[in-house]
Design a protein around this ligand. Structure first.
Ligand code: ADP
Length: 292
Protein backbone atom coordinates (compact mmCIF):
# COMPACT_ATOMS: atom_id res chain seq x y z
CA UNK A 1 0.00 0.00 0.00
CA UNK A 2 1.57 3.27 -1.10
CA UNK A 3 0.73 6.69 0.29
CA UNK A 4 1.49 8.53 -2.96
CA UNK A 5 2.08 7.80 -6.63
CA UNK A 6 5.62 9.20 -6.37
CA UNK A 7 6.41 6.87 -3.48
CA UNK A 8 5.19 3.93 -5.58
CA UNK A 9 7.33 4.93 -8.57
CA UNK A 10 10.45 5.39 -6.45
CA UNK A 11 9.92 2.15 -4.54
CA UNK A 12 9.27 0.15 -7.71
CA UNK A 13 11.80 1.67 -10.09
CA UNK A 14 14.46 3.41 -7.95
CA UNK A 15 14.63 6.60 -5.91
CA UNK A 16 15.98 8.67 -8.80
CA UNK A 17 13.07 7.82 -11.16
CA UNK A 18 10.72 10.64 -12.07
CA UNK A 19 7.38 10.90 -13.83
CA UNK A 20 7.90 13.00 -16.94
CA UNK A 21 4.56 12.59 -18.64
CA UNK A 22 0.98 11.73 -17.87
CA UNK A 23 -1.76 11.40 -20.50
CA UNK A 24 -5.45 10.68 -20.10
CA UNK A 25 -6.61 7.35 -21.54
CA UNK A 26 -10.21 7.26 -22.76
CA UNK A 27 -12.49 4.25 -22.85
CA UNK A 28 -13.21 3.53 -19.18
CA UNK A 29 -16.56 4.31 -17.63
CA UNK A 30 -15.79 4.03 -13.92
CA UNK A 31 -12.32 5.38 -13.22
CA UNK A 32 -9.97 7.99 -14.65
CA UNK A 33 -7.23 6.21 -16.58
CA UNK A 34 -3.74 7.52 -17.36
CA UNK A 35 -0.66 6.50 -19.24
CA UNK A 36 2.33 7.54 -17.17
CA UNK A 37 5.81 7.95 -18.65
CA UNK A 38 8.96 7.76 -16.54
CA UNK A 39 12.23 9.58 -17.28
CA UNK A 40 13.78 6.34 -18.57
CA UNK A 41 10.93 5.94 -21.09
CA UNK A 42 9.03 3.22 -19.24
CA UNK A 43 5.23 3.45 -19.59
CA UNK A 44 2.83 2.58 -16.74
CA UNK A 45 -0.94 2.43 -16.62
CA UNK A 46 -2.81 4.01 -13.74
CA UNK A 47 -6.46 4.02 -12.74
CA UNK A 48 -7.44 6.73 -10.34
CA UNK A 49 -10.58 7.47 -8.35
CA UNK A 50 -11.72 8.85 -5.01
CA UNK A 51 -10.21 7.35 -1.84
CA UNK A 52 -13.23 5.17 -1.14
CA UNK A 53 -12.53 3.33 -4.41
CA UNK A 54 -9.48 1.70 -2.83
CA UNK A 55 -11.51 -1.43 -2.06
CA UNK A 56 -12.59 -1.60 -5.72
CA UNK A 57 -8.94 -1.50 -6.82
CA UNK A 58 -8.04 -4.21 -4.30
CA UNK A 59 -10.86 -6.37 -5.66
CA UNK A 60 -9.74 -5.71 -9.25
CA UNK A 61 -6.18 -6.73 -8.32
CA UNK A 62 -7.48 -9.92 -6.64
CA UNK A 63 -9.37 -10.73 -9.85
CA UNK A 64 -6.33 -10.17 -12.05
CA UNK A 65 -4.26 -12.36 -9.69
CA UNK A 66 -6.85 -15.14 -9.85
CA UNK A 67 -6.80 -15.09 -13.66
CA UNK A 68 -3.00 -14.97 -13.77
CA UNK A 69 -2.82 -17.95 -11.37
CA UNK A 70 -4.59 -20.16 -13.92
CA UNK A 71 -1.57 -19.67 -16.20
CA UNK A 72 -3.96 -19.76 -19.14
CA UNK A 73 -4.19 -16.20 -20.38
CA UNK A 74 -2.36 -12.91 -19.97
CA UNK A 75 -3.38 -10.07 -17.70
CA UNK A 76 -1.39 -6.93 -16.84
CA UNK A 77 1.07 -7.15 -13.95
CA UNK A 78 -0.09 -5.40 -10.77
CA UNK A 79 2.57 -2.89 -9.78
CA UNK A 80 0.96 -1.25 -6.78
CA UNK A 81 -2.11 0.11 -5.04
CA UNK A 82 -2.27 3.19 -2.88
CA UNK A 83 -3.73 6.52 -1.94
CA UNK A 84 -2.59 9.90 -3.22
CA UNK A 85 -4.10 12.96 -1.54
CA UNK A 86 -7.87 12.66 -1.87
CA UNK A 87 -7.55 9.83 -4.41
CA UNK A 88 -6.73 6.15 -4.60
CA UNK A 89 -4.93 4.48 -7.48
CA UNK A 90 -4.11 1.16 -9.07
CA UNK A 91 -0.84 0.97 -10.98
CA UNK A 92 -0.56 -1.68 -13.69
CA UNK A 93 1.81 -2.75 -16.41
CA UNK A 94 1.06 -0.67 -19.51
CA UNK A 95 -0.20 -2.93 -22.28
CA UNK A 96 1.37 -1.71 -25.54
CA UNK A 97 -1.08 -2.58 -28.27
CA UNK A 98 0.42 -4.40 -31.25
CA UNK A 99 -1.00 -5.86 -34.41
CA UNK A 100 -2.98 -9.04 -33.88
CA UNK A 101 -1.28 -12.35 -34.59
CA UNK A 102 -2.63 -14.69 -37.25
CA UNK A 103 -5.42 -16.85 -35.78
CA UNK A 104 -5.92 -14.26 -33.02
CA UNK A 105 -9.49 -15.36 -32.28
CA UNK A 106 -8.74 -19.08 -32.27
CA UNK A 107 -5.85 -18.55 -29.83
CA UNK A 108 -7.98 -16.31 -27.61
CA UNK A 109 -10.77 -18.91 -27.56
CA UNK A 110 -8.32 -21.68 -26.64
CA UNK A 111 -6.80 -19.61 -23.86
CA UNK A 112 -10.19 -18.64 -22.47
CA UNK A 113 -11.22 -22.31 -22.56
CA UNK A 114 -8.00 -23.20 -20.69
CA UNK A 115 -8.86 -20.60 -18.04
CA UNK A 116 -12.33 -22.12 -17.72
CA UNK A 117 -10.87 -25.63 -17.45
CA UNK A 118 -8.23 -24.69 -14.85
CA UNK A 119 -8.72 -26.33 -11.44
CA UNK A 120 -10.30 -23.94 -8.94
CA UNK A 121 -7.73 -22.29 -6.67
CA UNK A 122 -10.24 -21.52 -3.91
CA UNK A 123 -12.52 -24.12 -2.36
CA UNK A 124 -15.63 -21.98 -2.51
CA UNK A 125 -17.85 -23.98 -4.84
CA UNK A 126 -19.68 -21.27 -6.78
CA UNK A 127 -18.81 -17.69 -5.83
CA UNK A 128 -15.52 -16.18 -4.70
CA UNK A 129 -13.81 -15.64 -1.33
CA UNK A 130 -14.56 -11.89 -1.51
CA UNK A 131 -17.24 -9.73 -3.04
CA UNK A 132 -16.15 -7.46 -5.90
CA UNK A 133 -17.73 -4.97 -8.29
CA UNK A 134 -19.59 -5.24 -11.56
CA UNK A 135 -19.29 -1.80 -13.11
CA UNK A 136 -20.15 0.62 -10.32
CA UNK A 137 -22.22 -1.87 -8.32
CA UNK A 138 -21.19 -4.36 -5.68
CA UNK A 139 -21.14 -7.96 -6.87
CA UNK A 140 -22.07 -10.46 -4.15
CA UNK A 141 -20.00 -13.66 -4.28
CA UNK A 142 -21.23 -15.62 -1.24
CA UNK A 143 -20.11 -19.22 -1.87
CA UNK A 144 -22.85 -21.73 -2.75
CA UNK A 145 -22.68 -25.46 -3.45
CA UNK A 146 -25.24 -25.19 -6.26
CA UNK A 147 -24.64 -23.05 -9.33
CA UNK A 148 -28.34 -22.49 -9.92
CA UNK A 149 -28.87 -21.37 -6.32
CA UNK A 150 -25.86 -19.06 -6.57
CA UNK A 151 -27.08 -17.51 -9.80
CA UNK A 152 -30.54 -16.98 -8.32
CA UNK A 153 -29.47 -15.64 -4.89
CA UNK A 154 -26.33 -13.66 -5.74
CA UNK A 155 -26.98 -12.58 -9.30
CA UNK A 156 -30.61 -12.25 -10.42
CA UNK A 157 -32.40 -11.72 -7.11
CA UNK A 158 -30.00 -8.99 -5.96
CA UNK A 159 -30.45 -7.06 -9.20
CA UNK A 160 -34.23 -7.58 -9.42
CA UNK A 161 -34.61 -6.26 -5.88
CA UNK A 162 -32.61 -3.13 -6.72
CA UNK A 163 -34.68 -2.56 -9.89
CA UNK A 164 -38.07 -3.14 -8.23
CA UNK A 165 -39.33 0.39 -9.04
CA UNK A 166 -39.34 -0.40 -12.78
CA UNK A 167 -41.72 -3.37 -12.60
CA UNK A 168 -45.52 -3.67 -12.75
CA UNK A 169 -47.42 -6.20 -10.57
CA UNK A 170 -47.61 -8.51 -13.59
CA UNK A 171 -43.87 -8.23 -14.20
CA UNK A 172 -43.30 -9.08 -10.54
CA UNK A 173 -45.38 -12.27 -10.89
CA UNK A 174 -43.31 -13.29 -13.88
CA UNK A 175 -40.09 -12.49 -12.02
CA UNK A 176 -41.18 -14.68 -9.08
CA UNK A 177 -41.97 -17.48 -11.51
CA UNK A 178 -38.64 -17.12 -13.29
CA UNK A 179 -36.67 -17.16 -10.04
CA UNK A 180 -38.53 -20.13 -8.56
CA UNK A 181 -38.21 -22.15 -11.78
CA UNK A 182 -34.59 -21.33 -12.55
CA UNK A 183 -33.55 -24.98 -12.25
CA UNK A 184 -35.85 -25.77 -15.19
CA UNK A 185 -33.74 -23.57 -17.43
CA UNK A 186 -30.18 -23.60 -16.05
CA UNK A 187 -27.88 -26.58 -15.66
CA UNK A 188 -25.25 -27.35 -13.04
CA UNK A 189 -21.79 -27.35 -14.67
CA UNK A 190 -19.45 -30.32 -14.25
CA UNK A 191 -17.37 -28.14 -11.88
CA UNK A 192 -16.88 -24.46 -11.09
CA UNK A 193 -14.81 -22.46 -13.60
CA UNK A 194 -13.05 -19.20 -12.96
CA UNK A 195 -14.95 -16.57 -14.96
CA UNK A 196 -13.77 -13.17 -16.13
CA UNK A 197 -17.24 -12.05 -15.20
CA UNK A 198 -17.52 -8.96 -17.43
CA UNK A 199 -16.28 -10.20 -20.79
CA UNK A 200 -17.35 -7.58 -23.29
CA UNK A 201 -15.00 -6.60 -26.11
CA UNK A 202 -13.65 -3.53 -24.24
CA UNK A 203 -12.24 -5.81 -21.55
CA UNK A 204 -10.09 -7.80 -23.96
CA UNK A 205 -7.22 -5.87 -25.50
CA UNK A 206 -4.51 -6.87 -27.92
CA UNK A 207 -1.17 -6.92 -26.10
CA UNK A 208 2.48 -6.57 -27.17
CA UNK A 209 2.52 -10.25 -28.19
CA UNK A 210 -0.38 -9.64 -30.59
CA UNK A 211 -2.70 -11.85 -28.49
CA UNK A 212 -5.76 -11.07 -26.39
CA UNK A 213 -5.14 -9.90 -22.81
CA UNK A 214 -7.89 -9.68 -20.19
CA UNK A 215 -8.45 -6.49 -18.18
CA UNK A 216 -11.01 -5.18 -15.70
CA UNK A 217 -12.40 -8.49 -14.44
CA UNK A 218 -15.29 -9.17 -12.06
CA UNK A 219 -14.20 -12.74 -11.32
CA UNK A 220 -16.01 -15.57 -9.57
CA UNK A 221 -16.38 -19.32 -9.93
CA UNK A 222 -19.38 -20.23 -12.02
CA UNK A 223 -20.65 -21.73 -15.26
CA UNK A 224 -18.34 -20.86 -18.18
CA UNK A 225 -21.34 -20.18 -20.43
CA UNK A 226 -21.73 -16.90 -18.53
CA UNK A 227 -18.56 -15.50 -20.12
CA UNK A 228 -19.57 -16.69 -23.58
CA UNK A 229 -23.07 -15.23 -23.22
CA UNK A 230 -21.56 -11.86 -22.24
CA UNK A 231 -19.39 -11.79 -25.38
CA UNK A 232 -22.61 -11.95 -27.38
CA UNK A 233 -24.43 -9.21 -25.48
CA UNK A 234 -22.62 -6.20 -26.94
CA UNK A 235 -20.87 -7.91 -29.86
CA UNK A 236 -17.34 -7.62 -31.16
CA UNK A 237 -16.09 -11.21 -31.00
CA UNK A 238 -15.59 -13.04 -34.28
CA UNK A 239 -17.12 -16.24 -35.62
CA UNK A 240 -13.74 -18.03 -35.35
CA UNK A 241 -13.79 -17.34 -31.62
CA UNK A 242 -17.12 -19.13 -31.18
CA UNK A 243 -16.18 -22.03 -33.46
CA UNK A 244 -12.95 -22.68 -31.56
CA UNK A 245 -14.51 -22.19 -28.12
CA UNK A 246 -17.26 -24.66 -28.98
CA UNK A 247 -14.55 -27.29 -29.64
CA UNK A 248 -12.21 -26.40 -26.77
CA UNK A 249 -14.50 -24.97 -24.13
CA UNK A 250 -17.11 -26.14 -21.71
CA UNK A 251 -20.40 -25.40 -23.45
CA UNK A 252 -23.26 -27.80 -23.19
CA UNK A 253 -26.24 -28.61 -25.41
CA UNK A 254 -28.99 -26.06 -25.10
CA UNK A 255 -26.69 -23.06 -24.52
CA UNK A 256 -28.96 -20.84 -26.61
CA UNK A 257 -31.84 -21.53 -24.20
CA UNK A 258 -29.70 -20.26 -21.31
CA UNK A 259 -27.78 -17.41 -22.92
CA UNK A 260 -30.35 -14.67 -22.38
CA UNK A 261 -30.94 -15.69 -18.77
CA UNK A 262 -27.23 -15.31 -18.09
CA UNK A 263 -27.21 -11.94 -19.83
CA UNK A 264 -30.25 -10.88 -17.82
CA UNK A 265 -27.84 -10.31 -14.92
CA UNK A 266 -25.76 -7.84 -16.95
CA UNK A 267 -28.84 -6.15 -18.42
CA UNK A 268 -30.36 -5.70 -14.95
CA UNK A 269 -27.05 -4.30 -13.75
CA UNK A 270 -27.14 -1.81 -16.63
CA UNK A 271 -30.76 -0.97 -15.77
CA UNK A 272 -29.68 -0.30 -12.19
CA UNK A 273 -26.68 1.77 -13.27
CA UNK A 274 -27.92 3.66 -16.33
CA UNK A 275 -31.73 3.57 -16.08
CA UNK A 276 -34.78 2.91 -18.22
CA UNK A 277 -33.15 2.41 -21.61
CA UNK A 278 -32.32 -1.14 -20.48
CA UNK A 279 -35.86 -1.95 -19.34
CA UNK A 280 -37.21 -3.31 -22.67
CA UNK A 281 -34.53 -5.98 -23.14
CA UNK A 282 -34.96 -6.98 -19.48
CA UNK A 283 -38.74 -7.29 -19.86
CA UNK A 284 -38.41 -9.32 -23.07
CA UNK A 285 -36.40 -11.95 -21.17
CA UNK A 286 -38.69 -11.81 -18.14
CA UNK A 287 -41.68 -12.50 -20.43
CA UNK A 288 -39.92 -15.38 -22.14
CA UNK A 289 -38.95 -17.21 -18.92
CA UNK A 290 -41.64 -15.85 -16.60
CA UNK A 291 -44.35 -18.44 -17.26
CA UNK A 292 -46.31 -16.74 -20.04
P1 ADP B 1 -12.64 1.36 -16.05
O1 ADP B 1 -12.16 0.74 -14.77
O2 ADP B 1 -12.98 2.81 -15.90
O3 ADP B 1 -13.75 0.57 -16.70
P2 ADP B 1 -10.90 0.27 -18.08
O4 ADP B 1 -10.33 -0.91 -17.39
O5 ADP B 1 -11.99 0.02 -19.06
O6 ADP B 1 -11.38 1.37 -17.02
O7 ADP B 1 -9.71 1.04 -18.79
C1 ADP B 1 -9.85 2.31 -19.39
C2 ADP B 1 -9.10 2.36 -20.71
O8 ADP B 1 -7.73 2.04 -20.52
C3 ADP B 1 -9.62 1.40 -21.76
O9 ADP B 1 -9.58 2.05 -23.02
C4 ADP B 1 -8.61 0.26 -21.78
O10 ADP B 1 -8.46 -0.30 -23.06
C5 ADP B 1 -7.33 0.95 -21.35
N1 ADP B 1 -6.50 0.05 -20.50
C6 ADP B 1 -6.94 -0.65 -19.43
N2 ADP B 1 -5.92 -1.30 -18.83
C7 ADP B 1 -4.80 -0.99 -19.54
C8 ADP B 1 -3.41 -1.34 -19.41
N3 ADP B 1 -2.96 -2.11 -18.43
N4 ADP B 1 -2.55 -0.84 -20.34
C9 ADP B 1 -2.99 -0.04 -21.34
N5 ADP B 1 -4.27 0.34 -21.51
C10 ADP B 1 -5.18 -0.13 -20.62
Amino acid sequence: MYSSLNEAVKDLFGSSRKITGQGYVTGGDINDAYEIVLDDGLHLFMKRNVRSALANFQAEAAGLDAIRATGAIRVPEILGIGTDGADSFLLLEFIEKKQRVKHFWEIFAEELAAMHHAPAAAQVGFGFPEDNWIGARKQINTPHDSWVDFFRDCRLEVQFRAADQYFSPQDRKRIDFLLSHLDRYLTEPVRPSLLHGDLWSGNMITGPDGKGWLIDPAVYYGHPEVDIAMTELFGGFSQEFYETYREAGAMEDGYLDRRDLYNLYQLLNHLNMFGRSYLDPVLRIVKRYGGG
